[in-house]
Design a protein around this ligand. Structure first.
Ligand code: 5GP
Length: 206
């Protein structure tokens, strides 16, 4: 059901477990397309160009902005991150539910442009758990961890602009909750305008 695929934005503090949540959601259900962002940050160990991100130079990123190729972009801890528009729009048109895993500024820009987008915010069960996960990753310097924790404090301020909170204490439960919330969007009246118009038209000619 619904005229097109759902646009779902998933945000959450760095270290809240969004990545694992998305990976698990995509492996359980095949109706989701995960958008791959462009970024100017360096790849972390194990990250592959075109899989986790499109890793581009600042020059290339600015060119993408100029050419209107991003539906949103932001600067986060000294680097640019942005969502290429073509993939997202094509997938939605094809009826696939598209997930953007992006930070808060980007999420709010998406909501302005796509008022029917569903905004989900993932949090760890506690602040202590967040710090433990960030340190446990072992890929970041103490300065970067510090910067990310500070950013989490800032982002906590914006949580009330999201539609739903996902507490990531149990991965299995959290995946099912995410799926349930996104699928419920298909029944929203605002996502079924074409269907309603068709029924009205049919009623007028009965
Ligand atoms: P990381 O460097 O840890 O991969 O990502 C840092 C932050 O940038 C995360 O909160 C991530 O969700 C966000 N992010 C990734 N891609 C995009 C994007 O295309 N746009 C925006 N606004 N944020 C993004």
């Amino acid at each position: 059901m619904s005229d097109h695929g759902i646009l779902a934005v998933v945000s959450g503090f760095s270290g809240a477990g969004k990545g694992t949540l998305m990976k698990e959601l995509l492996s359980r259900y095949d109706n989701y397309s995960l958008s791959i962002s462009a970024t100017t940050r360096q790849p972390r160990e194990g990250e592959v160009h075109g899989r986790e991100y499109f890793f581009v130079t600042e020059e290339k990123f600015l060119e993408m902005i100029d050419e209107n190729k991003l539906i949103e972009y932001t600067r986060y801890v000294n680097h640019y991150y942005g969502t290429p528009s073509e993939y997202v729009l094509n997938q939605m048109k094809a009826g696939r539910d598209v997930i953007l895993e992006i930070e808060i500024q980007g999420a709010l820009n998406i909501k302005k442009r796509f008022p029917d987008a569903l905004l989900l915010f993932v949090v760890p069960p506690s602040a202590a758990e967040l710090k433990r996960r960030l340190m446990g990753r072992g890929t970041e310097s103490p300065e970067v961890i510090e910067a990310r924790l500070r950013r989490a404090v800032e982002e906590a301020e914006g949580v009330d602009q999201y539609d739903y909170l996902l507490i990531n204490d149990d991965l299995d439960r959290c995946v099912e909750e995410t799926h349930r919330l996104i699928q419920a969007q298909h029944s929203r009246v605002s996502n079924n305008k074409e269907f309603i118009r068709r029924i009205q038209d049919e009623l007028n000619h009965i």
